[in-house]
Ligand binder design. Structure first.
Ligand SMILES: Cc1ncc(C[n+]2csc(CCOP(=O)(O)OP(=O)(O)O)c2C)c(N)n1
Ligand SMILES: [Mg+2]
Length: 583
């Protein structure tokens, strides 16, 4: 029976509208916001959402809604919803849902679908969401009958929360409009067990570590909430602590043993410590770049996900556990050391690197503004508990190198999916989740323009987010990659508008800054705005992101690029590059 056919009296006795059942289940599972764009097949669910306590957030592009939802899910650690119309509407979420799933963010997509009678006949807007979304979800299924509605919505929510990822619930429009007996109390259960390796495994790990001379701890995003336990282990083993970029939020602050990151964004202390140690204790780290792992050291890996063990590099011993609980259980088994010379050497090396970086990160030649310097100034003036987002490209690289952490700040960048345009839309979700906190988005000129329309969402939702556009007039990161491969820059140029003017036209505060002597005042003004504000910064287009070491290939690549550029009459570009990066 469809809802329109119902007699108005005695509704409760006959059952419930499926759309209401779905929305009620989402609400009970803790959903506070649903991001999306309405459309025919979603209309009844929209009607139910409107009656519920869940707040609907209209976006201009569904992808932005998915970026926002996954940022909210991460910062608030709660299930967050997105919903779309059939076909293109629900298809548009895809890139943001890949981002969500890779970030282990519990997000549910209500993908409304054409009516069941038409499925399988290439009906207008028919898309097989099960096929499309199976690769970026932990749950992907359709509600096949009205009677399944509550049970399947429950299991979708529960899977997203328990397995930490995306659930896609496909809902044909005729199912939403059905009325069904709803007397069986299926409900979402979220278990948060404490997991640690068994005693024999712990003893084995302790033996490996106790027998090794120079131990390095290497922490990843699994270290969230385990600061104290990790430091206690490092203290006993006299081990320095290196970390992945995703663990910067959790391990950089109040950590006298910190030696920063390895990898392309890292520094030479983190990089060499990992290669020079005898034993590496990897904690909740699934760092993907194999060339940064040691070949001779014994590696112990602790991860909550068994599929991560040894998948990047062979390990001596892999165990499953929460970092916090595992470190607490391991601590009494470790032999206290007295010789801290290995650790001190790397801590000193890191301090030296930081000092020289600090000195280097300054206004450019001729008063230009390097992106690194802009980031440092933003870090100096942003709130103590600011939430940052950064677009893939140079803004993310500068954020991980130059935003100073303190245990309250967080950075959200697309480190695993590596997508452009995540920054500003992610800021929408962070500000919806944390209305009282300062949200600062570091955007590329390429990145911001990709989902530019959702600046209108920022205005419509009255979100006071602060957006800095790093305008280098190009797809800068790609251009650096091309140069490192010895190519001339190819298809990277961007013809940009005055972003501040566009922002003002859309209803944001907007200013442009081009010279370093005006930067600090401009950043302070921008951050002090009560409402949404966009600072358009002309950054130095020639700045390179330098790795912690110079590999042979990029060095040859840069030389080849320089030769080609000179041969093409572009010696000026080469001079600019050399001047801004090496002099
Ligand atoms: C959706 C998407 N398209 C393309 C890429 C490849 N890509 C990575 S960084 C980048 C350039 C980003 O340019 P911009 O936002 O201007 O930042 P910049 O590096 O110039 O600071 C591109 C094209 C990507 N990661 N994601
Ligand atoms: Mg750019």
């Amino acid at each position: 029976m469809l809802w329109q056919e119902w007699p108005q009296q005695g509704l409760d006795a006959m059952g419930k509208l499926v759309a209401d059942i779905i929305v009620e289940t989402l609400q009970n599972a803790g959903v506070k916001h649903c991001y999306g764009i309405v459309g025919d097949t979603l209309n009844l669910i929209a009607r139910s959402l409107e009656k519920s306590e869940i707040e609907w957030v209209s976006v201009r592009h569904e992808e932005a809604g998915a970026f926002a939802a996954q940022a909210e899910a991460q910062v608030a650690d709660r299930l967050t919803a997105v919903a779309g119309s059939c076909g293109p509407g629900s298809l548009h979420f895809i890139n943001g849902l890949f981002e969500a799933n890779r970030n282990r963010a519990p997000v549910i997509l209500i993908a409304s679908q054409i009516i069941r009678d038409e499925l399988g006949f290439d009906f207008i807007q028919e898309v097989d969401f099960k096929q499309v979304y199976s690769d970026c979800s932990v749950f992907c299924d359709m509600i096949h009958t009205p009677a399944q509605a509550r049970r399947k919505t429950v299991i979708a929510c529960q899977t997203a929360l328990a397995r930490r990822g995306v659930a896609v619930l496909i809902v044909p429009a005729d199912i939403s409009a059905s009325v069904v007996d709803d007397s069986i109390p299926y409900a979402v259960h979220v278990a948060r067990p404490v997991t640690r390796p068994n005693d024999a495994d712990l003893a084995e790990i302790a033996e490996i570590l106790n027998k090794s001379e120079n131990v390095v701890l290497y922490g990843g995003s699994g270290c969230q909430g385990a600061h104290q336990e990790i430091l206690a282990v490092a203290d006993k083993l006299k081990a320095p602590i290196a970390h992945t970029s995703r663990a910067k939020d959790f391990l950089e602050f109040d950590n006298p043993y910190n030696i920063g990151m390895t990898g392309m964004l890292g520094n030479e202390a983190g990089y060499h410590a990992l290669l020079d140690c005898d034993a590496l204790l990897m904690l909740g780290a699934d760092f993907a770049w194999r060339q940064f792992y040691p070949d001779k050291a014994k590696i112990v890996q602790v991860d909550i996900d068994p599929t991560h063990l040894g998948r990047r590099h062979p390990v001596t011993k892999g165990v499953v556990g929460d970092v916090k609980a595992t470190m607490a259980s391991l601590l009494p088994l470790l032999v206290e050391r007295t010789d801290a010379s290995f650790r001190s050497a790397y801590v000193k090396r890191y301090a030296k690197y930081r000092e020289s970086e600090r000195a280097k990160v300054a206004a450019g030649h001729d008063g230009s503004i390097p992106g690194s310097y802009l980031t440092k100034v933003i870090s100096q003036h942003a709130a103590k508990d600011a939430l940052f987002t950064a677009d893939d490209g140079t803004p993310a690289a500068w954020a991980y190198r130059h935003i100073e952490m303190n245990g309250q700040r967080r950075i959200f960048a697309s480190l695993l999916h590596g997508t452009m345009a995540n920054g500003m839309p992610g800021g929408i979700g962070l500000q919806k989740a944390e209305p009282g906190r300062q949200v600062v988005c570091l955007a590329g000129d390429g990145g911001i323009s990709m989902l530019f329309g959702d600046l209108m969402t920022v205005v419509a939702q009255e979100l006071p987010i602060k957006i800095a556009v790093y305008d280098n007039g190009k797809l800068g990161f790609v251009e650096i990659e091309q140069k490192a491969e010895g190519m001339l820059d190819t298809f990277t140029k961007l013809k940009n508008p005055n972003f501040a003017g566009v922002a003002r036209a859309l209803g944001l505060w907007g200013e442009t800054v081009s010279s370093a002597d005006q930067l600090e005042t401009a950043v302070k003004d921008w951050l002090a705005q009560p409402g949404p504000a966009l600072l358009h910064v002309h950054v130095n287009p020639m700045q390179l992101v330098m790795p912690p070491f110079m590999q042979v290939e990029p060095a040859i690549g840069m030389a080849l690029y320089s030769t080609r550029a000179i041969l093409h009459g572009r010696g000026g570009d080469v001079w600019e590059m050399v001047k801004e990066n090496f002099l």
